[in-house]
Design a protein. Structure first.
Length: 301
């Protein structure tokens, strides 16, 4: 069973204060983009995973720390499946890059194992499993464009017309999401005169720009509260954002917890030009577009 799931960008990410349990409530606008994770599930006696891909996969765990393996075990328990599964992960989303590649693996594994074992699990049940696995996994199931609240897993589809072109600059050295959140909390704890933060909320201008299919308006509204923390940990990200905007990007922002930087382009042609300039400057670059569909079966043999 071959299932494909997309990576994501957070085109807007409002992060609330840290809660007593150490987590943060957020308000996010996700967009699924055309960088994909492919999961091929084959019956086996136990649970095994192998990983290949067009990106650096050296840091991907091959045991139960891997979200895809955990997803497969979850479906097996639900279906009283006596056997295991071999999961072959073919990764196209940068690892530890803030684009939800591991979450896409988990979403694809849920769909693949349910289909492989003819489980017939409902979308609601798969979403429940996805939310247990991680905040970004439900969106990898859904795809498209969506507003995420709570921990990011309470999703409401959002209308996005047309196509948005993004140019991504990847980084071989990932950033730990918990480390970036901890840095955000540290920065926010410094004395300042800003008012207390309320419940996280999405700026209506983001949703209006998406509905209009207007990249210029979207560029004026994108925001990521984790960006300051990621750039404090990696100051070179600020320089990179300035470089991309200087080359003609409408806007640049850190994707999720980073260190991938996403540049919004005015069109497909503008994105191609931007990509060429960034490649010439020595960067590793991907040109993707969104929104695209969530996890879906590609083939069954």
């Amino acid at each position: 069973m071959h299932v494909r799931a997309p990576g994501k960008l957070n085109v807007f990410f409002d992060v609330g204060d840290v809660q007593d349990d150490g987590y943060h409530d957020v308000a996010s606008v996700y967009q699924a983009v055309s960088a994909y994770e492919d999961v091929i599930a084959t019956p086996a006696d136990d649970f095994r995973v192998t990983v290949t891909g067009a990106v650096d996969v050296r840091d991907v765990p091959l045991d139960d720390r891997n979200l895809a393996v955990r997803a497969a075990r979850m479906v097996a328990r639900e279906l009283d499946q006596p056997g295991g599964v071999h999961l072959e992960l073919r990764k196209g989303v940068p690892v530890a890059g803030g684009m939800g590649g591991g979450s896409a693996d988990a979403a694809a594994a849920l769909v693949a194992c349910d289909a492989l074992w003819d489980g017939g699990l409902s979308s609601a049940r798969l979403h429940e499993f996805a939310a247990r696995l991680g905040a970004d996994v439900p969106f990898a199931l859904l795809g498209g464009t969506a507003v995420g609240t709570g921990r990011g897993d309470e999703l409401a589809p959002a209308l996005a017309r047309g196509r948005f072109d993004w140019v991504l600059v990847t980084n071989a050295e990932g950033l730990s999401t918990p480390t970036v959140y901890a840095e955000l909390d540290r920065l926010r704890a410094q004395p300042d005169i800003t008012p207390p933060r309320g419940t996280p909320a999405v700026d209506p201008a983001v949703l209006q720009a998406l509905r209009a299919g207007d990249p210029v308006a979207l560029a004026a509204a994108v925001r990521n509260d984790l960006q300051a923390a990621a750039c404090h940990l990696r100051p070179e990200l600020n320089t990179l954002i300035e470089t991309g905007v200087g080359y003609g990007a409408l806007a640049g922002l850190v994707s999720g917890s980073g260190p991938t930087v996403a540049f919004l382009a005015a069109s497909d042609a503008a994105a191609r030009d931007l990509r060429a300039d960034l490649v010439a400057a020595g960067h590793d670059v991907l040109h993707v577009h969104g929104p695209v569909a969530g996890a879906k079966v590609v083939s069954f043999t």
